[in-house]
Ligand binder design. Structure first.
Ligand code: SF4
Ligand code: SF4
Length: 194
């Protein structure tokens, strides 16, 4: 794991991605032993994030991590490797993102009751998952889409959006930070990310 990734894990902890695809040659065994949740469709098998192997800021199955994990580097990591961004500056950006994540995730979760979130998840993402998993696994973008959909379904949705404007704005700002500094772009609300 790259030095600057230690203590970050935004690409493992469910902040940036909902899930990660397994590829041919991957051994799912270590993740299965940690009770990772696998979702299969006709094109791929994915394991949901937050990844259960992410522990204390690093990957506990590093030697046998999937190919997608081995090959992934966010834009910030690449920029440091290329000498375009100083390591200390990158760490400061990561700290900002993590602090925002720690405010935004619980605030978004508090906006949507879990049974509603499960139902919305099935509509927005086309995947039916138990509410307890949905609560744990949606990315910030997924949570924001679900929160907006839920607020829009309530009486006087315009007033609801105004009341919760600060939470929604910080979530948007975090997504913008992920897009501009980490290269983790937004995806259409109708699609699963990662
Ligand atoms: S988001 Fe970037 S810096 Fe953070 S762990 Fe992933 S690759 Fe490393
Ligand atoms: S297997 Fe390791 S590198 Fe891959 S998502 Fe999980 S914690 Fe991150």
């Amino acid at each position: 794991m790259a030095e600057m990734c230690l203590g970050c894990g935004l690409c493992c902890d469910g902040t940036a991605f909902d899930s990660t695809a397994l590829e041919a040659g991957d051994d799912p065994g270590p993740l299965q032993q940690l009770h990772a949740v696998f979702v299969a469709d006709k094109d791929s098998t994915r394991f949901e994030q937050p990844c259960p192997a992410f522990s204390s800021g690093c990957c506990s199955v590093y030697a046998s991590r999937p190919l997608a994990c081995r090959s992934y580097s966010c834009a910030l990591l690449l920029a440091v490797d290329e000498g375009e961004v100083e390591l200390d500056d990158a760490r400061s950006i990561i700290a900002t993102a993590i602090a925002s994540r720690d405010r935004v995730r619980p605030a978004l979760l508090a906006l949507v009751p879990s049974p509603t979130l499960a139902a919305l998840d099935a509509i927005v993402f086309g995947i039916a998952r138990p509410a307890v998993r949905v609560l744990a696994t949606q990315s910030i973008q997924g949570l924001l889409a679900s929160a907006r959909a839920h607020l829009g379904s309530l009486d006087d949705p315009a007033a609801q959006l105004v009341e919760h404007a600060s939470v929604l704005a910080e979530a948007d700002a975090l997504l913008e930070l992920l897009a501009t500094r980490f290269g983790i772009g937004r995806w259409p609300d109708s699609q699963v990310s990662a």
